[in-house]
Design a binder for this molecule. Sequence first.
Ligand code: SAM
Length: 172
Amino acid sequence: MTDIWIMRIGHRPQRDKRVTTHVALSSRALGAKGMYVDTADRILEENVRSVCDRFGGDFEISTGVNWKDRIKEFDGIVVHLTMYGQKMDEALPKIPDGRDMMIVVGAEKVPPEVYERADMNVSVGNQPHSEIAALSIFMYALTNGRSLYKDRNGRFTVIPNERGKTVAEVPK
Ligand code: SAM
């Protein structure tokens, strides 16, 4: 299986702290290997690592990453999610197999250069909505949701339950 990385551009630590945390957690749940964030944000890193520490897996987060350099160095397909892009359903069959992917999502207005540097600009509908929704729908369609119930060998494992909460805890 190939790796999926997220590049979050335009993160403003105060204003976007919840949304960027949810971009990280949603992409982790859907099977991303890790996320890069352009603005340095130690608290964001700590919050995401704390979830990984409890629920397992090897998701990585790095902040203060120069997006231009990261995209240039990346050995794989760079997909920018934008409401202006080509239709997701038309883009998905064009994505080559066996290559790692970097999915770029914005916060505020994304610099025009991102559209040029990405290999593909892909829309999840042509209405403005949210980076969390766009990323989750795109990743679900890309992977068929295969990571959603994958065991991450965490300290806590949720056992699916029709009613109530069942959580298994592995002692440290
Ligand atoms: N006004 C901003 C712009 O023009 O770039 C949009 C900001 S939007 C709140 C944040 C991010 O959500 C976008 O950069 C894009 O990655 C994602 N997004 C929002 N709607 C989308 C859509 N319909 N399809 C794909 N991505 C979308």
